[in-house]
Write a protein of this length. Structure first.
Length: 77
């Protein structure tokens, strides 16, 4: 279920002034809400693979873990 506009607005208030490192979404979710929130808060939106084969690096379980960690660490910089 996609977030409502009221929920997104409440997340802006929650995110500002906090240590939020990333806005995370799964590859199968609509990117618009995460991108909208990222534009308004300055927090990067990160799309994570949800399973093996979810992106080019996730060819096996170890690749899935490596890809997920690389994306999270990249957002934290």
């Amino acid at each position: 279920m996609p977030p409502t506009s009221a929920h997104l607005a409440s997340l802006i208030a929650t995110t500002k002034g906090s240590n939020t490192l990333a806005i995370i979404r799964a590859a199968y979710q609509d990117p618009k809400p995460a991108d909208w929130l990222a534009d308004r808060t300055g927090v990067p939106a990160v799309t994570l693979p949800y399973t093996v084969g979810g992106d080019a690096q996730s060819k096996d379980l170890f690749g899935l873990f490596d890809s997920t960690l690389a994306k999270l660490l990249g957002a934290a910089k």
